[in-house]
Structures are given as C-alpha cells and as structure tokens.
Design a protein around this ligand. Structure first.
Ligand code: 13P
Length: 252
C-alpha cells in the first residue's frame, strides 16, 4: 500500500519569519490537537530558510525539500546552489522540472536530465514534475507530452535510481489558476503514467512509484483527488501557504 504524500511548495513567498513561524505552528498544532499524520509531509521553503527549517524539524516526521538545484556541482555559476551545498546542510529532497522552472527559467529536458544525475549522485529524493499546457490539452496531446517528458529525463535512470523518485503530475493550466483538472482527468493521467513505468521498469516499480497531483488543490477538493486510485497525494502551492487550509488538506 502506497503512503499518502503531501508536498507544500511555497515557491518564492514566505520570508524568514513567515517560514519559521509556520513550521513551528504546524509542529505545535500536531502536538496540541493530537493530529494523526500517517502521511509523508514535505515542506519546501526558499533556499535561505532551508537550513533553519530543517533544524526546526529535527526529530519530527516532517521533511524539507529544496525547490531547485543547479546541474553543476561547483564553479563559476553566480547565484546558483548545488546539490552538495544542500547536502552539507542536511537537505535530502529536491523538486525538479516544475513548469515554472521549465517556462520562466528555460529548463529543458536536457538540463533536467543533468539535474537529475547530480541529484542522484548526492542521494537526493527527487520530486519530478511533468505537465502539459492548455493548448496541448486542447489538441489532445497531453499523453504524448507527458510520455516525452519522462522518456527524455527520468526514463534514462536505472531501476535502482527510480526508487529515489516521486512523480508529480501538474497540468500547467491548473497551476495557480483555481482551475483544477477533473478528478477523472487526473486519475486517467496517473493511470497512464503508471502504465509507462510498468512498461519501462515492471510491476514492482510501477505499483510503488508515488504519483502526486498538483494544480489548485485546496481544502475542499483535496479529499476527492486523494481518493482516486492512482493519486498518492499532492504538490500544493497556494493552499499550502494558508495554515488552516493546509491543515485541512493534511487531514483529508
Ligand atoms: P497551486 O496549488 O497554487 O495551483 O500550485 C501548484 C503548484 O505549482 C505546486 O508545485
């Protein structure tokens, strides 16, 4: 049985005080309200706050993920952050391939493959995002697009490496728009993604690879997404910035 996984992607939103007080409050509320969190909960603050966030969470069951890494490990790359730097402060997870990185920072499949390789070299778990645009969906190209995104990146990895991955299906048209994919659209795509893993890596990996949905998840719709057979949890943007909403999502 696959575990439910919730990833809060805070993007470029919270500052130091907002980040640390959110995390401290979350731990306090878990404790005070005796919230049973048998889920895997991963918070993804901005780079400057990863270290302190990780320290606050020491000894808890919650984890931290970085929102990106650079594809090289060292050198003249002003402003960039490497996998080994993050590893040196105890970070073990990273989000790669988010559509905002692909679109706004021109990260193509080749760059993403390099990022995957360096992340694996440093034993990171990778939350790897795939998703189609609205035009691609309107032209019924979504399956082709997702397949290609996986074939050009994740599918270069060995079966041993695949165990380090979570896949997140995030249709671009549903991110931050309030427009969600229907539960059925999401289930169909997740089933398709699982079938690609079956074809490429066999039943054991396909049965166990966590596939998360992301795109306008909130406290009202979360339960329905999470009850779909092939949806193992969510990658949550806006709603994860609102404390009580995120708490409700955790309890969905
Ligand atoms: P929203 O939940 O704000 O749509 O964002 C989804 C997302 O991009 C998470 O990575």
């Amino acid at each position: 049985m696959r575990k439910r996984i919730l990833v809060a992607n805070w993007k470029m939103n919270y500052d130091f005080h907002e980040t640390t007080s959110f995390i401290r409050n979350l731990l306090k509320v878990f404790f005070d309200r005796k919230i049973n969190h048998d889920k895997e909960i991963i918070l993804s603050p901005s780079f400057p706050f990863l270290h302190i966030s990780n320290q606050i969470l020491q000894g808890s069951s919650l984890n931290i993920a970085a929102q990106n890494i650079h594809q090289k490990n060292k050198g003249p790359y002003t402003g960039e952050i490497s996998a080994s730097m993050l590893k040196s402060i105890g970070i073990q997870k990273v989000i790669l391939g988010h559509s905002e990185r692909r679109e706004l920072f021109f990260e193509n499949n080749q760059i993403l493959l390099e990022k995957i390789k360096i992340a694996l070299k440093y034993d990171f778990n990778i939350i790897f995002c795939v998703g189609e645009s609205l035009v691609e969906r309107k032209n019924n190209k979504q399956f082709e697009i997702i397949k290609k995104q996986l074939e050009k990146t994740v599918f270069y990895c060995s079966s041993d490496d695949i165990k380090f991955f979570y896949i997140a299906y995030e249709p671009i048209w549903a991110i931050g728009t309030g427009k969600t994919a229907t539960f059925e659209q999401v289930q169909v795509m997740h089933e398709f993604i699982r079938s690609l893993f079956l074809e490429k890596y066999g039943k054991n990996i396909s049965d166990n690879i966590p596939i998360l949905y992301g795109g306008s998840i909130n406290d009202i719709n979360a339960k329905n997404f999470f009850s779909q057979k092939d949806v193992d949890g969510g990658l949550i943007g806006n709603a994860s910035l609102q404390f009580e909403k995120f708490l409700k999502i955790i309890q969905s």
